[in-house]
Design a protein around this ligand. Structure first.
Ligand SMILES: [Zn+2]
Length: 159
């Protein structure tokens, strides 16, 4: 696998073992060139899903995109990588086993919100604020009030 940090073509697997729930193989990888270390997961791919966007456009479901948007929300939050991985697998498995191959982007957004609500309240608020496309502080405060997150101090911390 190519190094995602420096682009070097030959990287090494340092460690390889099943995840806690045994649904994936977790590999610790290292780049001999720049010294970067990262983790990859190998897992079952059940079926191809199509995402129906709000504007009607159809795009292939991309697990990496889902993961990237969750990771942005979870940036610098103290959430274990394996818990995040399990949550993502849970979402994908639910989507794959729903019997539908066409899935609305709203449906996926809701699933991500559910997962983040269980992982980290700040990540949840970050995602929700983008997903629900808040334009006014007022809307946001109403939302926070509804979700009872204000008391958890979810808005105080900033990167
Ligand atoms: Zn590298």
């Amino acid at each position: 696998m190519r190094c995602p940090f420096c682009g070097h073509n030959d990287t090494h697997v340092k460690d390889s073992r099943p995840t806690e729930d045994n649904t994936a193989i977790r590999r610790r990888r290292a780049c001999p060139d720049c010294g970067a270390r990262w983790t990859t997961f190998e897992r079952v791919h059940l079926r191809d899903l199509t995402v129906i966007k709000k504007n009607g456009q159809r795009v292939p479901f991309d697990r990496d995109k889902l993961e990237a948007s969750m990771r942005i929300s979870l940036r610098k939050r103290p959430v274990d990588a394996e818990r995040v991985e399990r949550a993502i697998s849970g979402i994908v498995r639910r989507l794959e086993s729903s019997g539908e191959t066409d899935i609305s982007s709203d449906h996926i957004g809701e699933a991500v919100m559910d997962a983040l609500a269980n992982l980290d309240s700040i990540a949840y608020v970050r995602f929700a604020s983008v997903y629900k496309n808040f334009r006014e502080v007022r809307d946001f405060e109403d939302f926070i009030g509804n979700e009872r997150l204000a008391s958890e101090g979810a808005l105080i911390e900033k990167d």
